[in-house]
Design a protein around this ligand. Structure first.
Ligand SMILES: Nc1ncnc2c1ncn2[C@@H]1O[C@H](COP(=O)(O)OP(=O)(O)OP(=O)(O)O)[C@@H](O)[C@H]1O
Ligand SMILES: [Mg+2]
Length: 372
């Protein structure tokens, strides 16, 4: 079996500041396969950049091992790792033409001019920058400069491409365009790529798999679909997309299902997720469980609709074109978001109106209350 592109085993990094210790990365395990695009998502300070810097070799781990294509690289110097790195501040050399910026690494590696030229032109064509080779960085737009930075890295044919918020300096529209471009190039070249972002949409749309980090630890690794539909913790449920988290009292545990009482009196049954490594008896009758319901799994109905699960009052109603975004308050005063697709002629409820909500049991799940 060919070796994985990258393996992190119990990788940790502790920074010492005076007498304080910061556990920036805490026993991270991860296997990345050849050609995979893995995005790292998590709040500021959770250890994303530090993890990437250790993989690149700018920082040595205080514990654990880093294996790249089957070779232990934990203590290998940066220039021996064949890794490409694109930072948020992708400083191009301002006094060099686009051509020379892209050729720089190949020249430093001692390649001949005759070999360099076709490689540089091919890399520029790949990022959509044909015929710009004689310009200087100051004569390019932000997005074009970003693409030069990308060309400069991929021309080196790195075994692994690491990107740390490469698009954060670009405006929203260009970011969306560039994330599609990067994904296209990454797939075309079959390059293994780790990509750090704050931006959920970026993480969800670009990734084969997402690594969600929190306080130096990996909270969950999975495909965008798994992360969105099967969050293993309240942290992930809350961090990815929008989620209503409703704390309910457990009435019964029936196989994989949890039955609980909704505010207003009706019972509600849905699948109970048992996070890995936690016991099967994590839900207890009489104890609390957290119902995780995305806004699109909640439908607002008239108060007397027999399908309603719980009575509610409309707090706000916003029409956004494709759907109506409601905020509704339940009898226990919890406020939930409910997004209803817009259809011509449908009934729209106004502020303060008494309604009921229907929670789609096939599209929601319970998590243990303490799985933060
Ligand atoms: N050189 C350093 N010395 C001391 N502490 C550091 C150093 N680099 C990072 N840290 C600390 O390690 C933790 C993780 O930082 P890191 O830069 O990896 O976070 P991040 O997830 O990339 O955050 P952001 O999303 O804000 O870029 C933070 O608490 C940070 O303050
Ligand atoms: Mg960072």
């Amino acid at each position: 079996m060919p070796s994985s592109a990258l393996e992190l085993r119990n990788v940790s990094k502790v920074f010492k500041k005076d007498r304080d210790e910061v556990r920036a990365v805490d026993s991270v395990n991860l296997t990345v396969e050849q050609g995979e695009m893995v995005t790292f998502l998590g709040p500021s300070g959770c250890g994303k950049t530090t993890t990437l810097r250790m993989i690149a070799g700018f920082e040595l781990p205080t514990g654990g091992t880093i294996t790249i294509q089957g070779r232990d690289m934990t203590n290998t110097p940066v220039n021996k790792r064949e890794i490409g790195f694109v930072f948020q501040n992708y400083a191009l050399f301002p006094h060099m033409t686009v051509f020379n910026n892209v050729a720089y690494g190949l020249k430093s590696r001692g390649e001949k001019d005759a070999a360099i030229k076709p490689k540089v032109l091919a890399a520029l064509a790949l990022v959509g920058l044909k015929n710009t080779e004689n310009r200087y960085p100051s004569q390019l737009s932000g997005g074009e400069q970003q693409r030069v930075a990308l060309a400069r890295v991929i021309v080196m044919e790195p075994t692994l491409l690491l990107m740390d918020e490469p698009l954060s300096n670009l405006d929203a529209k260009l970011r969306i365009h560039m994330r599609t471009e990067i994904r296209r190039i990454q797939k075309k070249l079959g390059i293994t790529c780790l990509y750090v972002t704050h931006d959920q949409a970026e993480a969800l749309t670009m990734a084969d798999r997402i690594v969600v980090m929190n306080k130096g630890k990996v909270e969950q690794v999975g495909s965008p679909f798994e992360i969105y539909s099967n969050p293993q913790s309240l942290f992930v449920a809350d961090f990815i997309g929008q989620a209503n988290i409703i704390k309910l009292t457990v009435e019964a545990v029936v196989g994989n299902d949890i039955r609980a009482l909704l505010p207003g009196g009706r019972t509600f049954t849905a699948r109970g997720l048992r996070p890995e490594g936690k016991g099967a008896d994590i839900y207890k009758v009489g104890g609390k469980a957290a119902l995780i319901a995305r806004p699109e799994s909640l439908t607002v109905l008239s108060a007397d609709d027999p399908n309603g699960n719980a009575p509610a009052t409309v707090v706000s109603e916003v029409f956004v074109g494709s759907h109506i975004e409601y905020e509704v308050e339940l009898e226990d005063h919890s406020v939930l978001k409910a997004f209803t697709p817009f259809q011509a002629g449908m009934r729209v409820f106004g502020e303060d109106e008494k309604v009921s909500i229907w929670i789609d049991p096939s599209n929601v799940l319970f998590l243990p209350e303490s799985s933060t």
